[in-house]
Design a protein around this ligand. Sequence first.
Ligand code: FMN
Length: 221
Amino acid sequence: MKVTEALKTRISTRAFKPDPVSEAVVREILDVARWAPSGGNVQPWRVIAVAGAEKDALIDLAKANLPGDEGDRPIYPADLWEPHRSRRFKVGEDMYAILGIPRDNKMARLMHMARNFEFFGAPCALFFVIDTRMGHGQWAHLGMFMQSIALAALERGVASCMQEAWARMRTPLHAHFALGDTEMIYCGMALGYADDAAPINTLRSDRAAVDEIAVLRGFES
Ligand SMILES: Cc1cc2nc3c(=O)[nH]c(=O)nc-3n(C[C@H](O)[C@H](O)[C@H](O)COP(=O)(O)O)c2cc1C
């Protein structure tokens, strides 16, 4: 698979077949993704991979702690501004349109949101741990590692969905995984084989055009 194809075909998959992802495949994905760059090569990440009963225990943990709490590191900034606000709104509306859930059906929207805490049916999940002493740079580098995992997974036919929703469960996850005092969960990621028959997986988010996000200066050709 070419890099361009991988970048353009990776999507957030939100319905999975129950088929397990083997430990060997997860190890291979991590073995490839660990080559992601990081400033000073500090590799500011740790991963916890769960499947089977370990994954089910987390679904139970989330159910017992819903709706959870974002704590002092909210998922989005307060009062998200343009153009980001409209982009966020649009992908949400596009998703609920596919699911046939109207804007005023708050309960159905919440129920779909809660599917995050079942990993959308994925048989396997990753949790990304970062040390709270790390700065904003290292958080960005962790993101590179996560995208590398998503692409390495895709190459092996394994679909993914990054899940910052799990940030709402940081406190119970910290205790569950017996993390160190300075460690915290940043994000989860569902991994598995996509259920191609599920309408939700037809969602294709759009992107701002290059000229909206970039300025190119000084080129002679
Ligand atoms: C760090 C990160 C966290 C995310 N968390 C969630 C999440 O909790 N639940 C969810 O359904 N999607 C989540 N997403 C998926 C985004 O909504 C998605 O990447 C975006 O809408 C673009 O769509 P695409 O991934 O299909 O290209 C997350 C994405 C990223 C990068």
